[in-house]
Design a protein around this ligand. Structure first.
Ligand SMILES: [Zn+2]
Ligand SMILES: [Zn+2]
Length: 108
């Protein structure tokens, strides 16, 4: 699985306008070359970083960190407040933990 890359591939010139091309197919056209490139770069930044739907939640850089956090919580006997599982944020930038789980797992 290879996510779409957003990279400035080239800047085309057609008459008076400039078209900065992204690898994904997006292009930014302007009569000013610098503006075309700047718009393309702002597309790259936004496209590569989707907005996190839960910015108030604690974010972990990866699954291992999130699961370690859960493990640390489980060691603390504070029922109700423990996260139950880790999931990757829809933004794809980090991981979160959630309390939402059907039932507690019993360790024999
Ligand atoms: Zn793109
Ligand atoms: Zn997030």
């Amino acid at each position: 699985m290879n996510p779409t890359q957003h990279v400035l591939t080239r800047v085309d010139t057609g008459g008076k306008s400039y078209a900065a091309q992204c690898l994904c197919g997006f292009s930014s056209v302007s009569y000013n070359r610098q503006k075309a490139v700047a718009n393309l770069y702002s597309h790259v930044i936004h496209a590569s970083k989707p907005v996190c739907p839960t910015p108030k939640k604690k974010a972990y850089p990866n699954q291992v960190h999130a699961e370690n956090a859960i493990r640390n919580y489980i060691l603390r006997p504070t029922p109700g407040a423990r996260p139950a599982r880790a999931y990757q944020c829809p933004s794809g930038q980090h991981w979160h933990t959630t309390k939402n789980v059907a039932r507690e797992r019993r360790i024999a």
